[in-house]
Design a protein around this ligand. Structure first.
Ligand code: GLY
Length: 256
């Protein structure tokens, strides 16, 4: 179960965030703020304490706070983002992590290693690490070594198409895994009870499990039904403005 969540408010500079889908248009900042409010409310309704960090105008993508750290029950690992415009964001999370972890439980991935939290999926004590344009082998190696130091394990998963590992996967606990696109037939995920996301709804693979409820993005009926059919209470949150920047429900928070 998660007790805490950290989010960072979107900055006005959000409109200049990285995107692979410029055809979706620029995010509407005011709407993004409203959607962020709803996201925080949805998290609170799952019984977690939400720490809200101030917007950081220097970093357009800084509301995607999941990418700058990975938080587990045993340790916190500060990442080293692979995207040029996100370098430095990781330094801004360290102070708040010290409210939750002692210094000996905080690890750091260093250059030439790069890794972003969106590439990390926690399944109990094991962490799958996607090798992507943002996460390199050296970053994944340092990350797994840090996990092992704290009694946890990790393994690497090469990505072919998606931005981050969790663009196409969401672990819903109880061995249930939402899978989309390139991961549907991956041997790494054969042992899971796979809930396959319809191709027309691939964005909605990025759901989050929070204390037995699942937050699902608005507008994806098939995914919502599939998650409900798997026995979960679903909370729907609109993330349309974050989708314009390749962002989704998981990227917007650190849950631990
Ligand atoms: N726009 C989110 C990211 O690319 O990091």
């Amino acid at each position: 179960m998660f007790k805490n969540v950290i989010v960072r408010r979107p900055s006005k500079s959000l409109v200049n965030g990285i995107t692979s889908a410029p055809e979706l248009g620029k995010p509407d900042y005011e709407l993004a703020l409203k959607q962020h409010d709803s996201y925080i409310e949805a998290l609170k309704s799952c019984g977690v304490e939400v720490t809200v960090l101030e917007a950081d105008e220097r970093y357009p993508d800084s509301c995607f706070v999941e990418d700058v750290a990975v938080l587990s029950k045993n340790c916190a690992i500060v990442t080293n983002p692979g995207a040029m415009t996100r370098k430095g964001e990781e330094k801004e999370i360290i102070d708040i992590l010290k409210d939750f972890y002692t210094d000996d439980k905080i690890e750091y991935v260093k250059a030439p290693g790069t890794i972003e939290g969106g590439d990390v999926m926690m399944v109990g004590d094991h962490f799958y690490v996607g090798l992507s344009e943002r996460t390199n082998e050296e970053g994944a190696k340092q990350f797994i070594e840090a996990l092992e130091k704290h009694g946890l394990t990790g393994s690497m998963v090469p990505l072919k198409e998606v931005l981050h590992l969790k663009t196409g996967l969401a672990y819903l606990e109880n061995n249930n895994l939402l899978v989309a696109g390139e991961f549907v037939n991956s041997p790494e995920f054969e042992k899971f009870n796979k809930i396959i996301i319809d191709e027309s709804e691939s964005y909605s693979a990025n759901c989050i499990w929070v204390n037995d409820k699942v937050i699902v993005p608005a507008g994806y009926k098939k995914t919502k039904k599939a998650v409900e059919d798997a026995g979960y209470e679903v909370i729907v949150v609109d993330t349309s403005e974050y989708r314009k920047l390749d962002g989704g429900l998981s990227c917007l928070s650190l849950r631990f």
